[in-house]
Design a protein around this ligand. Sequence first.
Ligand code: NAD
Length: 492
Amino acid sequence: MTGPDLTPDLAALLPDEHRRLLVGGRWRDAEDGATFTVHDPADGSVLTRVADASVGDAVEALDAAVAAQPAWAATPPRERGEILRRAFEMIADRADDLAMLMSLEMGKTVKEAKGEVGYGNEFFRWYSEEAVRIHGRWMQAPAGGSRLLTIKKPVGPCFFVTPWNFPLAMGTRKIGPAVAAGCTMVVKPAAQTPLTMLALAAILGEAGLPDGVLNVLPSTHAKEMSQALQGDDRLRKVSFTGSTGVGRTLVRQSADQLQRVSMELGGNAPFLVFADADLDAAVDGAMVAKMRNMGEACTAANRFLVHQDVAAEFAEKLAARMGALSLGRGQDEGVDVGPLIDEDAVDSVARLVTDAVHDGARVVTGGGRPDGAGWFYQPTVLLDVPAESAINTEEIFGPVAPITTFTTEDEAVAAANATEYGLASYVYTRDLSRTIRMAEALDFGMVGVNTGLISNPAAPFGGVKASGFGREGGFEGIEEYLETTYVALPVT
Ligand code: NAD
């Protein structure tokens, strides 16, 4: 591992003023003055302290969102779209600074962080264009006589909870369509990575977003906050990205006030490689699907299901590529892989690997923690992993590729679908008919065919089964923030 070769000036990336709560357009401390620490995952040191919103602060933020809702809903769509468009331009101009800030708090390399800024920002561009295309329907009733008009209205004040793994993109996927639809919102970023969201909020303010439309609450009181806000009948929508366990809690909490909910939860993506696949392309795709974000992605390839005739060659080629990656601080030149988010994450990955080896898996490369400080784990390839080993049934969220073999297509599909999750899946084959059969047979919200990268702001991202419901991105994404009113118009 290499040492730091630059010391970014945090104050230049996010001024002290903005390491606080944003409520009703005002940056302020928590009501009780509390703060919490944000760490650098490369060495565990404290990066900074941030205001820690209480439940009282959350209620004030909802008050602000509720107060801002009527005027925001009445703002012309073009104006809402242009605010997003201005924010898009500003984010593009400041991509380097945002990427550095994200890398510092989350650990990913600056290059990857820049990729996320570009990807996440596209949601603002897409929804700046969608704001003006919200439309209803006009039709004649089947029996004649009346006319049926449907109109679309914003759902109302929303509560967004985002995870630490994509601190910017998981925010823009919700904020973009909500702003376009005319909703106001309270956002709680993950406590590990609040800084990027605060920088994003400052940009939206500069872009002209009216006070109270977006309120941001870094907090360590997520549970109490969600209980209070979801217990309030003024809140109309919850959108959550995170673990399936927390998602279930939020769905339960939505029952009393019957809030609308979107849930982007965990995944356990299969990566199928058939014997007719272009093996080098499959290895390229595997590197992206596995190593993007150090494997800390809900779309990360979790289980490699490889035809037995090509498994040894695939494992060898993948291990050569994984083993050549250099680990280090995300801000350093030449580093391919940053640290995991915290010590618990490293412990969890290490446990899964140890258990897999105990179950009979063979380590082809990696398999341990490197020496030195920081929350790192070696890129690892495991072969002969039994299907029932925990590494195949749980979300790994780290740089480990377990390989299991299959012989028939039916066997491959059955193995791929043998999970409670249903988010992303990947297939490598050169057979067009097989491609179609796979797209129809795989029980997942998304299927990547001969690609390891499926996320696209113009496409509906989301899952089925324990991966949740609702879609982010594409034409579908804005529907999550719109209600339909039907108007009966009799004609005499
Ligand atoms: P997490 O569920 O622990 O935390 C996510 C967020 O929920 C954080 O902001 C956290 O503070 C908050 N939270 C925790 N308990 C809460 C409660 N009771 N009420 C309200 N908020 C609460 O998940 P994580 O470890 O931060 O993120 C990793 C998980 O997110 C993985 O399972 C991953 O697959 C999933 N994820 C899914 C998607 C997707 O689009 N499907 C994208 C990224 C990550």
